[in-house]
Every structure is written in structure tokens, then in C-alpha cells.
Ligand binder design. Sequence first.
Ligand code: DGL
Length: 259
Amino acid sequence: MKKNNPIGLFDSGIGGTSIWTEINKLLPLENSIYLADSKNAPYGLKDKEEIIALSKKNTEYLLNKNCKIIVVACNTATTNAIKELRATYDVPFIGIEPAIKPAANNSKTHTIGILATKGTLNSDLFHKAASLFEDVKIVEQIGHGLVQLIENGQINTPEMFDLLKSYLKPMIEQDIDFLVLGCSHYPYLIPQIKKILPSKIKIIDSGEAVAKQTKKILIQNRLLNTSNTEISTIFYTNSDSKVLNDILNNQYEVIEENF
Ligand code: DGL
């Protein structure tokens, strides 16, 4: 495997671009390929077997493009499929999981909130992680409908604001002091979430941690790209490219392909 082979990322849609952004910030010399499997979004309502099958399909697509490492830029795919992926393919995988640890360790009210998909909140991996913090109350909320609205380009709409309010109000009433965003689509909702939450409640997502972990694993595997004159970044979508282009401010190459 060569150092200038691309980093491959996939998500059920456009949300994982929030992870790509963090990786690109930390590792600007890396080539990358991003797959938005928007045709199959949301993953959060699918069963484990289907999520594994879709994750394998995406991984194989990225491996065919010679990716040196795969970033599963989706909490739902990570919590349901990463074990299977690691057992099947001989390439390093980086996953993303809800950042409950920093929230639980720093909570003063001993109550934290988590907003994530049904698939993530119901996964064994999440249950195992949550069970490590017995003295902290974790208020779980499934973000029904949020991914679909984001995929439809409806981030800044009254409908989104009302949905978020209905999910966050009960958490505020239960005195959370941290809100964990457990879905890579949700960082795009932070401006709206901030209008709803009192400023004393901190919002945590996992993007930066995933970028740091990606760097660490690339170094460990001697795959970090240290010199690059022409950086290639390609985004593939199997759906209409407009929403993906919008979220990327039309700054990158986006290709529609049926994968
Ligand atoms: N971005 C995915 C995640 O992090 C979205 C899940 C979905 O498609 O439902 O969980």
C-alpha cells in the first residue's frame, strides 16, 4: 500500500462530510474519496444484517479505488458493522462512536443527553459503552426524521427546529449538562441546537477525535502522506448531487455514480 493512496470514507449520506472536514483539517496532505450512500439513507432504521451488507458494499467500492484506510464516517454503521468489517478486510478501519466518555467524565449534574439514530442506540456496542458509566444518567433520544430532513436539504427549516425542540426540551428538563451528538449528520444542526439549549449545556461530537485517531493509525501503519503537491478529493453519491454540493459549498468534485 502506498502513502499517497487515498483515505476512503463512507456514510449513509452527506453527514459524514462533517468527519471528512475534520480529517481534512488535520491531514491536509492526504488524498481522499468519500462515498455518500444517500440512496440507502437512513441506515438508522435498518436491521443489523442490512447495515453490515451496505457497509461491505461501500468498503469494497473504496478498496477497488485503492484506499489505504477506511473511515466509517457513520455511527450507525460503526456500531453495527465495524466488527464484521475488521474481520473481513485486511485494511485498517476507523470508526465513529458517540462520545459519551468525555461527556460522562465531565458531567457535574451526572446527567448527559445523547441524540442518535435508533440503530446506534439499540446496538450492543453502544450498550456496552454506556454501561461503563453507572453513576451517570444517560438520557437517550432517537433523532427520528432528522437525517431524512438533512438529506433533503432542509437543515434550516421551521420543521427541523420544531423537531429538535421536541427532542431537546425533555433533556433540558432532566438537567443534562452535556449533549452528545451520536450521528455524523447532526453537527450540521449545531447552530439550530444552540438556539434551543441554554449556553451552559455543552455539545460534543466525535469529529475531531476521529481525525486524531485516523492520523495515529496512519502513522502506526507508516501510511501518513507527508508530501503531496496535487491533492485529490473526490466525493461520490448514488443520489442527486445537489444537496452534497450545497453542503460542500460547491468547492469539490462530486460525481454521481450508481454504487
Ligand atoms: N450519519 C449516520 C450516523 O452517523 C446517519 C445514520 C442514518 O443514515 O440513519 O449514524
